[in-house]
Write a protein that binds this ligand. Sequence first.
Ligand code: S3P
Length: 431
Amino acid sequence: MKLTIHSKGLNGVLSVPGDKSISHRSIMFGAIAHGETLIHDILRGEDVYSTIEAFRAMGVQIEDDEQDIRVLGQGFKGLKKPQKALDMGNSGTSTRLLSGILAGLPFETTLLGDDSLSKRPMDRVAIPLRLMGASITGETSRVKLPMTIQGRSRLQKIEYTLPVASAQVKSALIFAALQAEGDSIIVEKEHTRSHTEEMLAQFGGEIKVIGKTIYIPGQQELKGQEVTVPGDISSAAFWLVAALIVEHSKVTLKNVGINETRTGILEVITAMQGLLEISEVDETAKSATVTVRTSSLQGTEISGDLIPRLIDELPIIALLATQANGQTIIRDAAELKVKETDRIAVVADVLNAMGAKITPTDDGMIIEGKTKLHAPQRAINTLGDHRIGMMAAIAALLVEEGEMELERAEAIKTSYPQFFEDLNHLMKKSQ
Ligand code: S3P
């Protein structure tokens, strides 16, 4: 598709779609709980549909009246062997979290994915789930999809220190621990998003978190709940950055999820001297209104325990840094290499083709600013990575002349189906 270039300003108010992480988990908890779970404002992105279809294939009744979703859970034991392999599409979250559920079920299931997902590491879940007693195909240290899991109904408890900072692995182990015999202990490398722990407590489960250590008693029964999904800060990030870097912009985003394990980008914007206001904070829903306007930005350093709190935002933060004065250094982010694409290589490649000065490193990037971006000599390809597609679409707004072609733009539907409608909405308000 042809991207819009040369925006004269983005203005207006927007509600971004529901949080992807919370949407997946609401379906999963609904399916393993007893009774009805009612979900409002779920993300209707392709990744979430992968999760919904997987549970339908395991016999869970999931009703959709196009507004709300109702999941009729019958507990872990109500899940049935699917008739065929489960297609996880592009979704790492569906795959890894579901693995933890399947580990305790007494049947064999095969999980498949698209090209991108089939390249991503699954040993990070396979290794600890095998320790708990599940059988998982593949070599010990190089498990990839397709992956076959033979669950074990008498799963053993686990005491495990995560070798990577990953909420997906942590969550898979929490789902397995809920089915195990005895109490499990999971120790995180760094704090990662806490949605599974919080939703487990909301569904009546028992969990104790002390620092980076999580204690979970086994063989728990959960009860269906009503869940309202807040807007996804990872989707909001594209408009936050767009408004900061496009001249004459002011954008207000309503109902943005502000769970503190996800708000690293807000701290980075403040450190870069971006003009940002947070209002209407709702402590119960963990959401707020965020307003940003065009700003004169300074480079910064992003590293350490901040990384898991903004891991998905790093592609768009890299674009932000190209428009800041001075150097921005991103370190400790080697996990970017195993996302939907190698986001260190792909971000540098796409933005450098537009005139940015980004040096990829082993665990991040060094970005020299401020650089003027121009139309690249070639089409940009998302390579199936939604966040690369959205980053390129925002970068295009800074291009003053020429044309920009985005190939495989449909990847954006993974997490933000109405991305271009929302872009048009913010552009119209400026005319
Ligand atoms: C997610 C965790 C993160 C993130 C992904 C969603 C989750 O992955 O990148 O988009 O919902 O738990 P890792 O846990 O692998 O870092």
